[in-house]
Design a protein around this ligand. Structure first.
Ligand code: SAM
Length: 228
């Protein structure tokens, strides 16, 4: 099982060229809808400085750039140089500040951001508590952090369907591109990911006063909304 930072970084470096295409195929485009919802919840306004944490190829950063406008500033940070290179390639207007960096040791001062957003990243960091503490540290008081990710649904049938889907469709999409082992990593990452209620507890321990978890599509996806 892959649980160390270097192996995780290797996986995301390897899949970077096919990442966007496979995301669309795996979720039938639904990840775009969830990401738009997450961007709404972070409540950014023109002029804000916001962070897309574990940005990958930058879907959220591009959505945020429209919200904060030319007077605002969007940062996209990821520890995979290949994912950042893909994001930079997409950023024709050079609107976003892309950085290779570690979500567990953010290179920003305290209270720096008006909003922090993370999609499908928290499940992949090796220390969730440290990551939540870092988000809390760089976020301004009263502003929102929104963390979107996959979950294991509580409902047994739905959870079995998700397992089947990951083992069949997702594995075969990975196999077609010679990346089966890399995509096989999703199922075990779900097993060790804390439930929504546990995430709320961890967020409060990290210093957030307000933490709620919203299950989406029967709990197969969830959003953690945080402020202090
Ligand atoms: C599943 S991808 C999500 C990418 C993007 N946010 C999206 O929703 O399409 C997870 C990303 O987390 C990044 N990541 C994992 N651990 C990290 C860490 N400690 N610091 C920075 N990035 C990390 C990976 O490199 C990868 O790009």
């Amino acid at each position: 099982m892959t649980t160390d930072s270097e192996s995780i970084r290797r996986i995301f470096n390897a899949i970077a060229p096919v990442y966007d295409d496979l995301n669309d195929q795996m979720s039938f485009g639904l990840h775009r809808v969830w990401k738009k919802m997450a961007v709404d919840w972070v409540q950014s306004t023109p002029g804000d400085r916001v962070l897309d944490l574990c940005c990958g190829t930058g879907d959220l950063a591009f959505l945020l750039a429209r919200r904060v406008g030319s007077s605002g500033k969007v940062y996209g940070l990821d520890f995979s140089a290949n994912q950042i290179a893909q994001a930079q390639k997409r950023d024709k207007k050079r609107a976003i500040r892309w950085m290779v960096g570690d979500a567990l040791a953010l290179p920003f001062p305290e209270n720096y951001f008006d909003g922090v957003i993370q999609s499908f990243g928290l499940r992949n960091v090796v220390d969730i508590s440290v990551c939540l503490r870092e988000i809390r540290r760089v976020l301004k008081p009263t502003r929102q952090a929104v963390i979107l990710d996959l979950h294991r649904p509580d409902n047994l049938e739905w959870s079995r369907f998700q397992q089947w889907y990951l083992e069949q469709r997702v594995a075969s999409l990975g196999r077609e591109r010679g990346l089966e082992a890399e995509y096989a990593y999703i199922a075990p990452s779900l097993e060790r990911f804390p439930t929504g209620a546990e995430q709320v507890r961890l967020a409060k321990a990290a210093g957030f006063l307000h933490a709620r978890h919203l299950p989406l599509i029967g709990g197969a996806v969830g959003a953690l909304i945080l402020s202090f």
